[in-house]
Ligand binder design. Structure first.
Ligand code: ADP
Length: 163
């Protein structure tokens, strides 16, 4: 049941100075950070992260806008570990569209844009954070972003008190 997942603080999250606040939410839940770094990726790398799958689900236009968005500045990427962490991190992050993300979630607390507004403005929805959607995506994204040497094994106090 101990899983690993991939999270990125998107360019708007970094530029808005939300990195510490976002990290704190995962740390508060007792989730372990096992890898972390800042990267400014180009479109070629971004296409490996946002694959054809996103075009199939959301359309080619959304994928193109998303590639512009994710490459517009540095992002902070992390590997997280914990019990059912893929699902739990998605819960902490909140649903995709800021307009309807629940208060208390990262997206619900720090963003408010709608798909309709983003589409009208021909922009990607800026929702400050990315988190792997399922186990298959988590495995693919962790391998894409981190080498084995960049992921660390250690004990946190949470493993004694919370898990
Ligand atoms: P999530 O990031 O919640 O897993 P998706 O994988 O479906 O959601 O979409 C990836 C990202 O694409 C979203 O986080 C958002 O930034 C952007 N996005 C999705 N749908 C739209 C849309 N209709 N208009 C603009 N941007 C979108």
């Amino acid at each position: 049941m101990i899983e690993r997942t991939f999270v990125a603080i998107k360019p708007d999250g970094v530029q808005r100075g939300l990195t510490g606040e976002i990290l704190k939410r995962f740390e508060n839940a007792g989730i372990k950070i096992i890898g972390m770094k800042m990267k400014w990726i180009d479109k070629e790398f971004a296409r490996k992260h946002y694959t054809e799958d996103i075009a199939k689900r959301r359309g080619e236009k959304v994928r193109e806008l998303l590639l512009d968005y994710i490459t517009e500045g540095p992002i902070v990427v992390m590997a997280l570990e914990g019990v059912h962490v893929i699902e739990v991190v998605r819960k902490i992050v909140g649903s995709t569209e800021p307009k309807t993300s629940a208060p208390g979630t990262i997206r619900g607390d720090f963003t408010h844009m709608s798909f309709a507004h983003a589409d009208k403005e021909e922009k990607s929805v800026k929702n400050v954070v990315h988190a792997s959607g399922d186990a298959k995506d988590a495995a693919y994204e962790l391998k894409l972003w981190f080498t084995e040497e960049e992921l660390h094994t250690y004990k946190t106090v949470h493993e004694v008190h919370i898990v």
